[in-house]
Design a protein around this ligand. Structure first.
Ligand code: AMP
Length: 390
């Protein structure tokens, strides 16, 4: 970030959309922690911060989704006072923001309490912009949304820049998508082919190896003529699997599907379990994790890679009996990283998995954007990023 900071007020669009437990405690503060470098940079250089974010999907004003709930954690992390403003726009808010002194911070109320936010309303965006001199977008997790505070607002500022977190996210994607160090391996898992089909189609353009695991593998196996028993699959996506496999062949991408799997007669820890060939899953049984032969094969591919993308678990890792495949892949990605590979992990569940296994500090970069990262991988220029250069 380059600009003259002193005596300026910065509207920083942050992503403080953090999860809470039933006792109202934040269960994962990484999104707040991720925004701290930008906030501290502004404060240290004599600027004042006006922070704006959304929390959840309130559909009107819902007190349980008030940004007030973020204040204690933010104060603790910054070790500074933070003023909460109940209205994100209006004369009172404007007056407080125009009188902000250097080093002061305000946090606006949940921007999605205003329907104009998600409607990308130009009037609302203008009012928000009137609060500050410079616009910073540091909310990568919402850059795929064309909303008032993430996109529309930028046109009202002469100076508009990505924050430090957003810069890191963009840089990490560039490292993967623009001239990556080869061989490049993408590990794609998760429940459904449908949610990842455009991602897979686009990454075939730059990866050397594509590992497919998790529930989505069964649609590929069914399409290849396998017997998948009661495993999860999407009947309307068989054609997409054929197209992916043909495109991979055309692009010289090696595709690795599971060979053996751990299946059960119940979607729980308490059913019977056995390892079978993925092409021979008996009726009444469903595949819930990859098997030992598959783990060894996938590990071998990962250890031979210089750049690794991982999105989506290899099985139902939330159930202890079926976490081994995902755990093995997480350990393998960490090991490859230690040997010099660049590894990028993104998408809600793979991030949750790597944290569950305590390996979050052993990979090169963990993206804070689930949907945003998937859309970036689809090759789209995200509205929140585009707005900064217009
Ligand atoms: P996604 O959000 O598409 O990345 O999917 C993540 C979810 O896929 C996790 O909650 C996993 O439990 C689930 N999943 C992974 N493998 C399987 C499988 N073999 N059968 C059913 N669900 C699975």
């Amino acid at each position: 970030m380059k600009f003259l900071l002193t005596e300026k007020r910065f509207f920083i669009r942050v992503d403080f959309n953090v999860p809470f437990n039933d006792d109202g405690e934040i269960t994962d503060n990484s999104r707040i922690v991720g925004a701290l470098p930008t906030i501290k940079h502004v404060l240290l250089n004599g600027g004042a911060c006006i922070l704006g974010s959304h929390l959840g999907r309130p559909d009107g004003k819902k007190l349980e989704l008030s940004m007030r709930k973020i204040i204690p954690e933010l104060k603790k992390l910054l070790d500074k006072d933070v003023t909460f403003l109940e209205d994100s726009i209006g004369s009172h808010t404007k007056e407080i923001c125009s009188n902000l002194k250097n080093g002061q911070i305000v946090l606006l109320e949940n921007l999605r309490f205003y329907k104009e936010e998600t409607m990308a309303d130009i009037g609302f965006a203008k009012e928000l912009s009137d609060l500050a001199d410079i616009y910073i977008n540091d909310a990568y997790g919402t850059t795929h949304r064309e909303h008032a505070s993430t996109a529309t607002i930028a046109q009202f500022f002469g100076e508009k820049v990505p924050g430090m977190l957003l810069e890191k996210e963009i840089k990490s994607l560039k490292k993967l998508m623009d001239k990556p160090k080869k061989p490049v391996t993408a590990i794609i898992g998760g429940a459904k082919v449908s949610s990842k089909i455009s991602v897979i189609a686009n990454i075939l353009g730059f990866v050397d190896n594509l590992i497919i695991g998790g529930g989505m593998a069964y649609t590929f196996i069914k399409n290849n003529g396998g017997r998948i028993g009661d495993s999860i699959f999407e009947a309307d996506r068989l054609k997409d699997c054929s197209e992916i496999l043909s495109k991979a062949k055309l692009e010289n991408v090696n595709v690795f599907l599971p060979e053996d799997i751990l299946c059960s007669n119940e979607f729980s820890d308490s059913g019977l379990q056995k390892v079978t060939d993925i092409y021979e899953v008996p009726e009444g049984w469903q595949g819930l994790d990859i098997g030992p032969k598959t783990m060894a094969k996938f590990e071998q591919v990962i250890q031979g890679s210089s750049t690794i993308l991982w999105n989506g678990p290899m099985g139902v890792f939330e159930i202890p009996s079926f976490e081994k495949g995902t755990h093995t892949i997480a350990k393998s990605v960490a090991k490859a990283t230690q040997s010099g590979a660049y590894s990028l992990i993104g998408g809600g569940d793979s991030v949750a998995a790597i944290k569950k296994f305590g390996l979050q500090n052993k990979v090169s970069f963990i993206s804070t954007g689930g949907g945003a990262m998937l859309e970036s991988l689809e090759g789209k220029l995200l509205p929140g990023i585009k707005a900064l250069s217009q």
